[in-house]
Design a protein around this ligand. Structure first.
Ligand code: NAI
Ligand code: SOE
Length: 387
């Protein structure tokens, strides 16, 4: 990877700086950021030590110095930002969800292909070393001839109180789905990636436990905590789900269930999955990401602590440190970006990408739309893939 890529990042609230940290760890340069206003851009560029600050994202995309654009703006802007970047002939790494609807994400899949540009969606959780290990073990048949059950959850508590507020609560900014699109998207991408299958049909139940929330008049950040006691607010009705449970039939014959919630006290940001095969099982929790449980019937269970020397060769390259040296959330950005930039540097767009692409982002949105339809119509719904 000889080329020193020059990168622009659109949106530097909570997660944009995590992209930047990964980029810098690879030795590439963040030459510009764009924010919602010039004042926000200037302040962030100062704080994050970036040479150029744009108050208009179009100027960042047009900047001839920039090779690749990372998009970490709120969901409703992704389609517009990605489309303009591709039309400017630049590679894109976009945050999840790729777009607000499958119509939009499908268009982006087609456009990236037509323009022959590298396209990635930041499903970073794939890049925990023991997630890659789980995938490798399933691919080599360690769980048995058949996968029976794929189940788990993604639980958080940062929207537990009626004083908790974020743009994700408003469908015009976050989309019609909230917990499912915001965190369920990670879970759905992850388990289908690990198990090498797709979701075939879904049956969903939603609940909005907090139907009215207090929207602060002053902006607060993602995971920003409580509304100040005397802060001014407006009461807003909430139509998006705090919780969803989704029964799933997978294309490989497995069955499962996903539970997502943003109102589960004590669960900060916990993605959990358990995959049971005809011989053995794998169990992983994102809050203890350096441990993978391997469950057996005829012998004692095993607990694999992340250690490249004990991992399959396919998974080893996503672990940068030896056993006992924990790797965590920021490392997943570095590992995903390593895969993306290695691919861009190789320049062969016919090669199979080893990172999540727009196609993966689009597939998750197709599943999300089936989940929404199922919850509304109270019935099983098949996912309609184009291929
Ligand atoms: P945030 O609200 O903290 O940050 C978004 C930033 O975009 C803000 O600073 C905002 O001022 C800026 N922005 C708004 N309009 C803009 C415009 N027109 N041009 C440029 N910048 C603009 O939101 P957060 O939590 O960082 O989420 C951003 C995206 O990243 C979302 O799509 C979310 O789903 C995704 N995300 C993914 C995570 C992951 O682990 N993969 C973690 C957190 C968020
Ligand atoms: C908020 O729920 C959030 O920041 C999501 O948007 C991310 O995708 C997830 O990784 C952490 O939580």
């Amino acid at each position: 990877m000889a080329k020193k890529f020059k990168i622009g990042v659109i949106g530097v609230g909570f997660i944009g700086p995590a992209h930047m940290e990964g980029i810098r760890r690879l030795g590439f340069e963040v030459v510009a950021i764009a924010e919602a206003t010039q004042a926000l851009a200037d302040e962030a560029a100062d704080r994050l030590l970036v040479p150029k600050a744009y108050g208009d994202w179009k100027e960042l995309i047009a900047d001839p110095e920039i090779d690749v654009v990372h998009i970490a703006s709120p969901n409703y802007l992704h389609h517009m930002h990605v489309k303009a970047t591709l039309e400017a002939g630049k590679h894109v790494v976009c945050e999840k969800p790729l777009a607000m609807t499958a119509e939009e994400s499908g268009e982006l899949v087609r456009l990236a292909k037509e323009k022959q540009l590298v396209n990635a969606v930041n499903f970073n959780i794939r890049f925990y070393p023991l997630v890659q290990e789980a995938k490798a073990r399933i691919s080599q048949g360690d769980l048995g001839d058949q996968l029976y059950i794929i189940q788990g959850s993604y639980l958080q508590d940062w929207l537990l109180l009626d004083t908790d507020w974020n743009w994700r609560l408003e469908p015009e900014f976050g989309g019609e789905l909230r917990a499912v699109a915001d965190i369920g998207s990670h879970w759905l991408d992850l388990v289908t990636f690990i198990a090498g299958t797709r979701v075939q049909s879904v049956c969903a139940d939603f609940k909005t436990f907090i139907p009215i929330r207090k929207k602060p008049k002053k902006k607060i950040d993602t995971f920003g905590g409580k509304l100040e006691i005397d802060a001014a607010f407006d009461e807003k009705p909430i139509y998006t789900e705090d919780y969803a449970a989704v029964l799933i039939k997978f294309e490989n014959g497995a069955r499962g269930v996903m539970t997502v919630s943003q109102v589960s006290s004590g669960r900060k940001n916990r993605l959990f999955y358990e995959i049971n095969g005809s011989d053995s099982s794998l169990v992983w929790d994102s809050e203890t990401p350096n441990q993978l449980m391997i469950g057996h019937r005829p012998e004692p269970n095993q607990l694999l602590i992340k250690d490249p020397s004990l991992m399959t060769s396919a998974a080893q390259r996503t672990a940068s440190y030896p056993g006992g040296h924990a790797e965590g959330f920021p490392d997943t950005f570095k590992q995903l970006q390593t895969a993306v930039y290695r691919y861009i540097a190789a320049g062969d767009l016919d090669a199979k990408p080893d990172f999540p692409t727009f196609r993966d982002g689009h597939n998750v949105i197709l599943v999300d739309e089936a989940i929404l339809q199922s919850a509304r119509e109270n019935r099983w719904v098949d996912v309609l893939y184009a291929d």
